[in-house]
Every structure is written in C-alpha cells, then in structure tokens.
Design a protein around this ligand. Structure first.
Ligand SMILES: [Zn+2]
Length: 282
C-alpha cells in the first residue's frame, strides 16, 4: 500500500499539472482529478483494513497465534514461580560456636589498624590512606586486610572443610566488623561484643548463611529472581491484553470499513463516469 502511494506520488510530482484540457475530452477540473487520486489511495487503505478485519474473523489468525505464544510464556513463568515458592527450606548447618572476638583498634596512627583475635587467630587490617582526604574523615575508612582469613579461624574451631557459602559469608562479615570497629573507635565508642557465631548464622529460610548484618546472599539472589519473574509475568500479561484488544478492534471495525469502502467506491464511480482521470495518471 505504501509502495503504491509512493509510486503515485513520484509520478505526480514528476509530471507538471496540465492546466488546459486535452482536445476532444470534456473539461475536467484539476480539483476533481486530485480528489479521485485521493479516493483511489483511500480505497487501497480500506481494502488493506478490510483484509485485516476479515483475517481477524478467521478461527486461526495472527492474533490467536500470538495469544497462544503469550499464554505459553505466561504459563512457563508461572511454573517457574511456583517451583521457587515451593522449594522447601533446607536444613542448615549447625551454628558456629560463640567464640568471643577480641577487637583492638589503633585509630590514631598515620594509617589506622584494626586487629581481631578469634580462637587464637589474629586478623589485621590497615587503613588505606587517601592523602587528599586526610584531615576530614568524610570518606568511609578503607581497610585492607593484611593478615588472617576465615579458613584459619574455622580450622581453629574444628572445621576441616567448610562450605564455600560459609567461608564467603564469614569473610564478608570479618571485613564489615573491622570497618565498624574503626568507625566506632572514631565516632561513637560504643561497641557490643561479638562472637564468631554472630559473624555467620545459619539462614532458616534457605539453609545458607547470614552475615553479621543478618543478610543472606542466597535469599537476596532468590528474592531478586522472584522479582524478575513477577515483572516478566506482568509484562507478558500486559502484552496479551494489548494483542487481545487489537484483535477485537480489527473484528469490530469490519462493518465500518465495509461501509466506508462502499462510499469511496461510489464516489470513484461517480468521478469516473464523468470522465475524470486521477491526477498524476491522466
Ligand atoms: Zn537464606
């Protein structure tokens, strides 16, 4: 339809308007020739719309096909959501022993140090000094661990092979505690004593481990995935509604298009009976 229109347009543009009637033919006003050209274009558009509406009334059409695809996609997402919701909570490992943590902070040194002593294992952090920021301690302390790790601690309390999730959580908690300890020493010297058991607690929801702030990375990741599935389902439902509405519109428009097409065709016949040739083609 578009190509048809363009071709017509190019021809018309290429050919200058004829102001004088051709010899032997009735005088035709240019306005009528243009009107006829417009009506012919409109007829093409309506024929296209008519074909779409008739297609929409077929039992199988592009809308029903798309709706089936979307229904299948929605069912798939719902299935994934149900699977995640129904996943039983795994029984976690026993909690870590309540071994006390001795915290030593030396905040006044050029580069502050934090030392944690857990079950005879020493862990030490040194502050990374950014000279540009010295004098005003607005930037959070950046501590670099220079000694000790979670594996050594776990070995000291009797773990021969610790699960990776426990090691990761413990490592993260150790760094958090060191940063908190330095911050407390500088700003608010209130410190609640911690034990090893506070650094990694079994997560009752997934059987993983919660860090010193009570956060479980496994649960966080699952929540995020659940959220993504929910967004995806909502998006699919919205598209389904739009496709359905578009289909209904195409079906409902059939009588309107038929009437408009009949009117346009009557107008075209009338002009052609008068001998009018469309502008750009005559
Ligand atoms: Zn969890």
């Amino acid at each position: 339809m578009l190509r048809w229109w363009r071709r017509d347009r190019e021809k018309r543009d290429a050919e200058p308007e004829r102001a004088t009637p051709e010899p032997g033919r009735p005088f035709v006003r240019e306005a009528e020739r243009r009107l006829l050209a417009r009506l012919l274009r409109r007829r093409e558009e309506l024929r296209y719309d008519l074909a779409q509406s008739e297609h929409a009334l077929q039992p199988e059409n592009r809308w029903t096909e798309r709706l089936r695809e979307l229904d299948a996609a929605i069912a798939d997402v719902e299935h994934q959501r149900a699977q995640r919701a129904g996943a039983p909570a795994r029984t976690g490992d026993p909690p870590l022993p309540a071994v006390p943590i001795a915290v030593t902070v030396e905040p006044e040194r050029t580069a502050a140090t934090v030392t944690l002593d857990i079950a005879g294992v020493a862990l030490r952090w040194v502050e990374e000094v950014d000279w540009a920021e010295r004098g005003h301690q607005l930037a959070p302390a950046r501590l670099r661990r220079v000694e000790g790790n979670a594996t050594e601690i776990l070995r000291a309390v009797g773990y021969q092979a610790a699960p990776a999730a426990l090691l990761e959580t413990l490592e993260a908690s150790l760094d958090l505690v060191a940063a908190d300890a330095l911050s407390a020493a500088r700003r608010e010297p209130i410190w609640s004593p911690l034990t090893l058991g506070d650094l990694a607690r079994p997560c009752e929801q997934c059987g993983g481990w919660r860090d010193v702030r009570g956060r479980c990375p496994t649960c966080t990741a699952r929540d995020w995935q659940r959220q993504q599935l929910l967004l995806e389902r909502n998006r699919l439902r919205q598209e389904r509604d739009e496709v359905f509405r578009d289909w209904q519109r195409a079906r409902d428009r059939l009588p309107v298009i038929q009437r408009q097409l009949a009117e346009v065709e009557a107008d075209i016949r009338q002009l052609q009976t008068k001998g009018v040739q469309p502008s750009g083609e005559g």
